[in-house]
Design a protein around this ligand. Structure first.
Ligand code: GDP
Ligand code: ZN
Length: 316
């Protein structure tokens, strides 16, 4: 009998349909893979043992077109979302994200500042650096430009980089390209702020609007979501998600929310009680800092809303 040659290597999962996985191999080829039955059981009860962004080892028999995933490399991070309101299952939707790019606008439509802060909390919890992209600046009047400057100053002081863009006047598109180049970026933002327009301007082959996360219903039991990575011609990938719902807070206990407001967390070390949650406790250094203008009132209010909102909207 002729001995079958087995080829093996490593690659990155760039698309998942639940049954098969499209892999970009180290050599730059595309390869469809499945998971071995045995291997699948090793994944927990979570819906998807292999997700987009995973670095995997594969094997393929010479002459065949479908490979087999044999191992997943340790994840640098993984984004989780609750599968549905009814489901208890948390679901990993993407792994190994280098950065999160939050596209926002101060008008048409305005991004609520609570949306921004919730998003930042989620990103902090995953240790994913965030860029805030203020888009549609061509539409801002004097007052909005002033507000934008203040927001950029506020967020940069906390540690988040800001960039102003306009898809219409092409402002700073080169900078945005530099940010995305060579990285795996999660692109988010409320609907209408210009995510797809910006990315399509940078890489017209992507046609992002038609390729949002797709949702399948599996036997009516729970909803499964698969993200897709879009390869940029100049290097790097973008993953588009429909916003916070795709980037949820399911994994954060309300007692630890303040850990993910960096400026609040820093101050909290000086609170009188170690179990201070900065709501109304005596000797709270955070409340003092808010009163003295050292911590932004808006950020603190958003923290309080998140803490006090027992259901945490995106958690249950
Ligand atoms: P998405 O939902 O975030 O992907 O938003 P889209 O990319 O679909 O953009 C929504 C609308 O805003 C479209 O009509 C775009 O042409 C428009 N738009 C996007 N960026 C800008 C911008 O910088 N300035 C202006 N004036 N309009 C923009
Ligand atoms: Zn406190």
């Amino acid at each position: 009998m002729k001995k079958q040659k087995i080829i093996s290597g490593q690659g990155r999962v760039i698309r998942s349909t639940g049954n098969s996985y499209l892999i970009r191999t180290e050599k730059g080829d595309s390869l469809d893979c499945v998971i071995q039955g045995k291997f699948r059981q090793k994944g927990s009860r979570d819906t998807n043992p292999v997700v987009v962004g995973d670095v995997v080892s594969y094997m393929i028999q010479e002459g065949l077109v479908t490979g087999v995933i044999t191992a997943i490399s340790d994840r640098q991070n993984a984004i989780i979302r609750k599968a549905t309101n009814l489901s208890r299952y948390a679901q990993i939707i993407a792994a190994n994200i280098d950065q999160a790019v939050l596209v926002l606008s101060l008008t048409a439509p305005e991004t609520p500042n609570e949306f921004i802060d919730r998003y930042l909390v989620a990103a902090e919890s995953y240790r994913i650096p965030v860029y805030l992209i203020f888009n549609k600046t061509d539409l801002y009047d004097g007052a909005l430009l002033e507000r934008m400057k203040n927001m950029i100053r506020l967020y940069e002081e906390i540690g988040y980089k800001g960039l102003t863009t306009s898809a219409k006047t092409k402002l700073n598109l080169g900078e945005l390209k530099n940010i995305l180049q060579g990285k795996i970026s999660l692109i988010s933002g409320n609907s209408g702020v210009g995510k797809s327009t910006l990315v399509n301007l940078l890489d017209p082959s992507l046609n992002l609007a038609t390729s949002e996360i797709s949702t399948y219903h599996k036997a009516g039991k729970h909803t499964t979501t698969f993200a897709e990575m879009h390869e940029l011609y100049f290097g790097g990938y973008v993953i588009d998600t429909p916003g916070i719902r795709g980037f949820g807070l399911a994994h954060i206990a309300k007692e630890e929310i303040y850990h993910f407001f960096p400026e609040i967390f820093k101050k909290a070390a000086k609170c009188k009680y170690y179990n201070c949650y900065h709501v109304n406790e005596p000797g709270c250094a955070v409340i003092k800092a808010v009163k003295e203008g050292e911590i932004s009132q808006t950020r603190y209010q958003n923290y309080l809303n998140m803490f006090l909102d027992e259901d945490l909207k995106y958690r249950k």
